[in-house]
Ligand binder design. Sequence first.
Ligand code: GLU
Length: 472
Amino acid sequence: MAHNEEYSLFEDVCSFVDDAAQHMKLHPGLLEQIKQCNSIYKFNFPIRMEDGSYQVVKGYRVQHSHHKLPTKGGIRFSEMVNEQEVMGLSALMTYKCAMVNIPFGGAKGGVNIDPLKYNATQLEKITRRYTAELIKKKFIGPAVDVPAPDYGTGAREMSWIVDTYEAFNPEAINAKACVTGKPLSQHGIDGRTEATGMGVYIGIREAVSVEEDMLELGLTTGLKDKKIIVQGLGNVGFYSAKYLTEAGAKVIGVAEWNGGIWDEDGIDIESLKNFQLANKTFEGYGKGKFIENSIEIMEYPCDILVPAALENQITSENAPRIQAKIIGEAANGPITKDAEKILLDKDIMVIPDMYLNAGGVTVSYFEWLKNLSRVSFGKLEKRYDMEKFKLLIDSIENATGDAFNQAQRDAIIKGASERDLVISGLEETMVEAYHEMNQKRKDKRIKSLRTAAFILAIDRIAVSYNDMGIFP
Ligand code: GLU
């Protein structure tokens, strides 16, 4: 995939901030403070391999903004991890949280390894040692900095992190809230695994529901029969594709780093994912056409392109050839600054990462709240609500002489489970934020949804600093 040495995600993010600042009246000192990373921690630690040899592993944790605490953001395991990347990703977390009104500062962590080259025992050693390094410098804790999964990590790694943290802090009653994205059995929350993909689906659904915007793009409203290309079939790409398909869209292309599938009849995402899990490749998948040079798939014709892999995928090199009408950034930073200019000139709508993939951190926030209160959502009131709705239905039936049918009764009486509440909170966050961002774009008479999103986010961060009496 497209990667070059000079590219700096952090510089791109800063330059997006500068664009937004041109539409705002900000104290120049405040702008500089908002842009910089507050704390950067980088470290090396040795890992003893099974053959007795040692490897020295590079770890990072960057806290971009302390305007709200704790700071929040995932931990990435990838060979591409470097300081600039983690800085850029941590900055994006700040703007993402502010954009969707989640009360955290931004952070990000990374370990420079290819997780595919290690077995589970070695990965556990690396994760626990990385956590111990964070504990040493107080770079992790429920009130300080709360990691989560990112590219190359998942619920398993989060359970190692929480276990290590608890071992070092046996009396901390809130210890479970030191990390989110944990397995359910380790006090995770129902819906966190699929949250980012579900948020991507909700965000795209909202975008295509606005008639005047779709008219400008020459598209009909609604997801039905929209042709979609997804790049990356990891957690985020898979769930985005799954929910978009369930809503009536048709996924016609899926690109992975080691080849892609193209099928204009529509791809069965679950069956393709199962094939990939079993074979580690799409090659040999019975349906559609296998495309070896998968980066090209992003240039094929479609209505909506969803890059869901890594940053720096659509650059000034391939942007002129992109044919999609809408690009939904499910990954962090998939479009470079220069590429975005080209795309906007071609009248392509870009739904920015800091909004579109915010579903993950939103549900992380719910998990953190659940851990702090030590009770799952719905546990206290569910049965009580059900009894009350039952009484209400019975009195309506008595008063009117009419009876509800069983399906209606069940739907009304059903109390909200933890999952129902999580999904409802996620919907509310994503729907509200989309229309707020789109309205800001229209009010400011600008083309870029990203600039609108940055204006909203920076405004909220500026208010925090002003209310603290800094840069009033
Ligand atoms: N790594 C995810 C992101 O980039 C989730 C972060 C979190 O839940 O804290 O948004």
